[in-house]
Each structure stands twice: as C-alpha cells, then as structure tokens.
Ligand binder design. Sequence first.
Ligand code: GLA
Length: 391
Amino acid sequence: MNNLINTFQNVFNCTEEPRTFFAPGRINLIGEHTDYNGGHVFPTSISFGTYALGKRRTDTRFRFYSMNFPETGVVECDLSDLRFNDTHDWANYPKGMIHHLIKAGYSLKHGADILYYGDIPNGAGLSSSASIEMATGVLLEYLFELNIDRIEMIKLGQKVENDYIGVNSGIMDQFAIGMGKRNHAILLNCQTLDYNYAPIELQDHAIMIINTNKQRTLAGSQYNERRQQCEEALTDLKSELSINSLGDLTTEQFEQYKHLIQNDINRKRAKHAVAENSRTLEALNKLQNGDLEGFGQLINASHQSLRHDYEVTGAELDTVVEAAWKQEGVIGARMTGAGFGGCAIAIVPKSKIDDFKDNVGQIYQHQFGYSATFYTATLGDGAKEITEGAL
Ligand code: GLA
C-alpha cells in the first residue's frame, strides 16, 4: 500500500495522501452466458482486484495513471470532453464511468488525480474492466460525496461496456463486483435483479483458478455474435410464446417449442441458455443441501454445454478442464467468464492442490508449449473504500 501511495505522490507530484479504494475481480461458479438472456448467474467476487487511489482537484482536469501500463503514461482529459478516445487506451474505462455518472445526473464540478493498480491478470476473463469501472465508481462517490445507489452504479458500469466501449455484455460482472460479499456467492436473477447470498463452504476443497494465458478481449471475440444469435432465437420463439427472454423457459418448454427456431445454430445457442439457467438454480440447491458431488456434476455439464452448444470454449480451455476432470478428488471443473480463452475453475481437494497444479500444468505445457497459471481463489468483498484509518 505504501508503494502505491508513494507512486501516487511521485506521478502527480504532491505530498498529500490520496484516499484508497478497491474493487475485486470475479469468477462465475455457474450460469454462463445467461445474464443477457434474462437468466440466473452465480458469481463470487475474488481477492484479486483493482486499487484506485484518488484526490480531488480544484480545476476540471482528470489525470489517470495505471501502474500496470506505465508505458501509456499519464492520460489527461477535461470534464468538458469525456469522449471515447482510442489513444487513451485503458483510461477509456474510467472516462466512460465519469461520462455515464454525469449523464445520469450526478454533479461533478471538479476533476481528480487517480492512480490504478490491478493484480487481476489482463485478458484472463476475471473482469478486470468491470473492476476498473466499479473502483472508479466508488472513488468518485466518496471523493465527491455523491451518494450513488449501488445498483445504479452497477447499471452505469454496464452502460460503459455497452454504450461507451461497445461490448454488449450483461450485468453479471459489475453486479458481482459491486455487491460481492466475503466467502459468499450471489445468486442473481438478471431479469429482475433479485439476489441472494449463498455461503460457499466447500468442506475440504478449494476453488482453483486456472489461467490458460490465452488472452482475449471481448471486443475482439464472438461475444456480441452469441448475444445476437440468442436474440434471433428468442424472436422466433415469441411467434407462439409470450415470453420476455430465454430465461423464462424451462427445459421442458424449450424441448416442446424449439422447432420454432429457424436456424440450427441459433437453436443450439438457445438450448445452452435455457439449460444453463436451470442448472444454475439446481446448483444452488445442491450446495445448500451439502451435495458437493451434485454441484460438481452441474459444473461439468455447464462446460460441456458451453463447449458443444454455445461453442465458446476453444482448445486451451477444453484441455485444462479435461485434464482437471481426470485429477484425483476433483469435484468439478469448467471455463468461467465469457470463454474464448481466459480462465477455468476447478474444485480440488485442498490436500491435492500441488499434484493438481503439477499434473494439469504438465499436460497444458506439453500441448501448447507455454504454461498455465494456477491460483487458489479467495472470495473477498465487493467494491469499497480501504483508506487506512478511514474505515
Ligand atoms: C462476460 C460478460 C458477462 C457475461 C459473461 C458470460 O463476462 O461481461 O456479462 O455475459 O461474459 O457469462
């Protein structure tokens, strides 16, 4: 923390202590590609995240610096011009957040100096971008005493992705990051935004995060295309059914009406969305009944469906997940997040973590010629101020 404060003072040439904020990253236990289909998700916030240190200015300038992208240097802009700018690179995320806060009616009269440091691996699908958005949101809320309703802040974060960056993502990432609770996952109904916290007690098991180190950005992926395919499927279903989203259908109803979907590929996409939604609800049930094995089987089924019906896994994720399934005592494993690369999760006996890393690591290295990275997930709190002495 001292290092961050020193860097802040050096970069912005000041002696005052900034205030410090933190927003986590997230993993999703199950419920993938269901959020924008009006279904349920079951994510948790993790202890990796984004630190944002900030100080108000007396003029209308904003200065942003990221310790993760020192080569970009300090990015500057004025309150009067918060338009997306390619050359501002990563700083478009905080700029987008400020832009949308103002658009939503929050009054910002002054700028700020803000330093970011993130320990979420980039492009790993652990929501580093939503983490920057939410870190910026809480920082602005506290620095400028804005009193922003948390759910509204979450929705604004999603708007940044949708309208400012151009990724049609759902609400899951910002929600998990904004509302996260230590050692809990959140069952969220993405249509109504009703949610419940569920304690994650995995007995003698830990959640491992396996980063394939195959980077991807959502803007460059087929994410928007998948969303479009689901929307087309929904339009076809609506010709006879009165539903708002794929999340309204049970798997039985889907079987009964799937012939309405004209295009074979769209039918597969919708099949995943409907089945994954029901798996997610079932998964919470299993967990609450202490049925870890049953929970694991649903996690495995989720991966199969994302692989064969939604087609967002790819060779790297399939390899780590298949390797994970074969390891002794593993309860379940699947890709997490959008897919196309990024991370998988596995529920591994604590006593077998080292063997797990060695074995899965070797298989991966052998197949792709570079290594995967392993982390034991710690489930932390949602976005908040962490300034020492201010808590
Ligand atoms: C990304 C998006 C989320 C969600 C997941 C897939 O993380 O940002 O909204 O759609 O992919 O479940």
